[in-house]
Design a protein around this ligand. Sequence first.
Ligand code: ADP
Ligand code: MG
Length: 249
Amino acid sequence: MADPPGRHRWDGPDGATPVDDARPPVLEVANLTRVYGAGRTAVRALDDVTFRVAVGDMVCLMGKSGSGKSTLLHQLGLIDRPTSGRIVIDGVDVTGLRESRRTALRLERLGYVFQEYALLGELTAEENVFLPALMRGLPRAECRRRSGRLLDMFGLAERARHRPAELSGGEQQRVAIARALVNDPAILFADEPTENLDTASTTQVMDALAQTNRDLGVTILFVSHDPDHRRYANRVVYLRDGAIVGPYL
Ligand code: ADP
Ligand code: MG
């Protein structure tokens, strides 16, 4: 298979960033394994995964259904705990952290976008976006300022007072991206963010992610199984049966 188009760059058989890459890592993963269940029914969803992500990277994570993509994002996003292995985020080894510290880190340093948007239906777009900033204890005026700026950036200023049910799927997902950015995270995780969207909305959401990476400098790991989305990334990581297998399947 030929190299995918665009900014794609393959970094070696194990997906590791080359040693001459001067940018500091924002994420380091070593020998990460996650086994669900035990005994004869145990599923090894992640199997000894090792890689690094540099500040400013935009990584596209690909692989068939069941290959472990969501499981990997759940470990990196501190939503789940690995069976073994090490994760260092922004210089902090998060592997052994207490739940309260993980929760704080998740709120302050990480953003998460889900396939199904996960907006609160009774709140407006603006309120959905500033909720994580309120939870963090920022003054209400600052929360409003941040959410206004982000909604504006994604072309949603006119939609600020709308509730999710009054928005298209693409608009809802862009609101969800704005919400994930409101606390100025170091890393944004997006798990198949365009899976429920039509072609036009998909382009808008992918463009919003690209804009986030380019203009705000946020490191992004996104999952997609649309080969066309590789062009948005500067790195592509392929998973198969819980292991990194590289770009040439
Ligand atoms: P992907 O996101 O690539 O489709 P997942 O990470 O969701 O893959 O799943 C990887 C493997 O782990 C699959 O075999 C799946 O059935 C299994 N799995 C995922 N979550 C659980 C769970 N909570 N309990 C048991 N098995 C799970
Ligand atoms: Mg998945």
